[in-house]
Design a protein around this ligand. Structure first.
Ligand SMILES: [Zn+2]
Length: 234
């Protein structure tokens, strides 16, 4: 790569600021363009100085103009986001968030690396094994001595600050997330429900989220972000 860049026909003055070698300092935001199935986004990445985790954000349009920005704060779910799991609704929520932002032409999706509500992938697999034996999602975590929800949204505030976002219209069904962001000083001017389809594998999980974890159930009569082409049962 270095040799190729040194090969002249590229505008070196333009490339110079991008050619820093060595590790990127924690907390420094790096960005590039990222075309996706829903449109062209800007992809941003940052290393968390406290945990060493790498977090990402996808943005579209002018988000630093002070007006409320359609925002999805998504926590990593390897099984749902990338392995096509039907046990949860994370994959459809991620896709619904990006679709809603692309439809509006302006917004940001934060992708926080806190797998399994913050307990990590291996613990999540242990909890899934307990669920297989009959426990619900809350019981399984408690049987393992783990918190129901160990997510931390401090990095959301950091990322939004670095992106110049001051107010958000938050795409979520989770009241605890609204409260957590407000406690971090983020102004949530509106909550936008995110509807995802139930299937026979995640029905019990979605019910536990509304019955035991206090999530709002998106109103079936109100058009919600993410509903557009996800009507079929999966
Ligand atoms: Zn998930």
């Amino acid at each position: 790569m270095t040799a190729k860049l040194a090969n002249a026909s590229l505008p070196t003055d333009l490339l110079a600021p991008l050619r820093h070698q060595g590790p990127v300092p924690a907390g420094e935001l790096v960005s590039c363009r990222l075309p996706t199935a829903w449109g062209d986004f800007e992809l941003h990445g940052l290393i968390d100085a406290t945990t060493g985790h790498e977090h990402a954000a996808l943005s579209m349009g002018p988000i630093a103009d002070g007006a409320p920005v359609l925002t999805r704060v998504h926590s990593e779910c390897l099984t749902g986001d990338t392995l096509f799991s039907l046990k949860c609704d994370c994959g459809p929520q991620l896709q619904g968030g990006l679709r809603a932002i692309a439809t509006e032409g302006r917004g940001v999706l934060l992708y926080l690396r806190q797998e399994g509500r913050g307990i990590g992938l291996v613990n999540k697999i242990r909890a899934y094994a307990l669920q297989q034996a009959g426990a619900d999602t809350v019981e399984a975590n408690r049987l393992l001595g783990l918190p129901d929800d160990a997510r931390d949204y401090a990095m959301a505030a950091t990322l939004l600050g670095k992106l110049g976002v001051q107010r958000v219209k938050l795409l979520t069904n989770n009241p605890a997330k609204v409260e957590a962001l407000q406690a971090l000083g983020i102004e949530v001017s509106e909550r936008v429900p995110l509807r995802t389809p139930a299937n026979r594998h995640n029905q019990a999980y979605l019910k536990t989220k509304t019955d035991r974890m206090g999530h709002w159930r998106p109103d079936a009569d109100t058009p919600a972000a993410g509903a557009a082409d996800e009507q079929h049962e999966r």
